[in-house]
Design a protein around this ligand. Sequence first.
Ligand code: ZN
Ligand code: ZN
Length: 566
Amino acid sequence: MMAACQKNEMTTDAKFDAFKEALIADLLQIDPTWASTLGNHKYDNRLTVPNDDYRKLLLSFANDKLKGLADFKKAELSVPNRTDYAVLENQMKWLLWAHAQLKEHEWNPASYNVGQGFADIIHGTHDTLENRLKSVSERLKSVPEFYRTAKRQIKNPTIEHTDLAISQNKGAVDVFGKDFEGLVQKSTLVDDAKKTLLERTQTAKAAIQDYVSWLERDMKPQLTPQTARSFRLGKDLYFKKFEFQIVARSSAEEIYHKALQHKAKLTSEMIKITKELWPKYFKDEPYPAEDLKAVRAMIDKVSEKHVKPGEFQSAIEKQIPELESFVRKNDLLYLDPEKPLVVRVEPAYMQGVAGASITAPGPYDAKANTYYNVGPLTNYSAAEAESYLREYNHYVLQILNIHEAIPGHYAQLVYSNKSPSLVKAIFGNDAMVEGWAVYAERMMLEEGYGGHEPEMWLMYNKWNLRVTTNTILDYSVHVLNLTETEAMKLLVDEAFQQEQEARNKWRRATLTQVQLTSYFTGFSEIYDLREELKTKLGEKFKIKSFHEEFLSYGSAPVKYIRELMI
Ligand code: ZN
Ligand code: ZN
């Protein structure tokens, strides 16, 4: 009986494995740009034109696959396959909902941008320069049609996304600038092929520029705050998007209330530290009547310790090996010494939303470089640069590096790419990914990184208050109609942010929806899971094993990983 039963299970799982493989193969073909970002370069020579037929194709694909999924009995699948099932089901339902209900293609002109896709191929290491340029040359042919379609799809854009599309598509032109022409000349392509490639490049650049001027001249003047679509998503779309994208155990509203509570806790801890530190930094000055004023003054004082503008990048480069050695010495997580991390200035086509980010190779291209993109300070005035450097002061810069690099995003993505589940490696869950990086910050400090300095904890609490406030801000902007003035008060007065940082955050909240909640949601779910397992395992709990097992499942939603670990 046992043998027969196991054999039956094998068959269902084997069938499901084949189903997963086919689904992914189909989707890679439907979406070549997505394939390319995953490190699958089979379709690099094609650019999808996002027209109505394409959307019809996507919708029927998702419906087909949902029918296919329904043929499997979940209970007959292995535990890892059951979570793959849940990930795929969520993903297919998201596709349907995003294209039929959310309809970002109608209101977000920034969703049309060929820059990143081309840059990935041009700067990739997956093939010879000549082969990459051949793909680029073929792919360039569709760029004019791509932007003609974009113009037809856009119905009632928001003012904010129109501005973003203008600046980002201007950046996309830079992908085909002098450096690119140098690469073409340097290549061993025959002269005719070079000539054709450069001609197609000119045509493509003209198409991008035409799109930009269409947005600037035809679209922008029609858009007024009274008549244009609001950047606020509204309660119904927001709650749905939260469900699909975050996949948490709690609802958007529950997480919002949890964040409010956590904010109160962090604030009282900061007040406590400020009272302790007050005599050290302010000697004879009396402690202010209002606690929040005292905390602000203390943060400003401690923030004065920061690097010079020209040393920002080298300070980051220097810190990476120090973080690695702390993680090794304290037995927190195995780090693969084979994977290089390259710190670089953020390329122009990526600039506009975040200040620092990780670009990691996809699961099909696990040997490629991982980049730590640092936003350049070149566009900042002296006062803006000072404000930015105070925000990323001596203490916060270390926490940022934990978050972005070690043992945060960089370490997590190396594990994710080794995950035996391709489904979880490629349909990464943002809340798990961001939650892990935020969890890593607290974990490192708890384990003694920074030597339990009160200044480090003060800055950590302030930093963690930032992600907590991200959740409050995002929910309040999109569901509760928070105004810009109210948002600035929340960010500057209650979360102690610098003016520039707060303005950038407001802008980001107007350009994205739900994404800002992923940090706090993922963090609190991972932290809760660890504490739950600690209680359950008692003496047997080992933090290194917890981290390695948690990361081994790939970038799946925390609630699915929890099911696997408990
Ligand atoms: Zn300064
Ligand atoms: Zn992050």
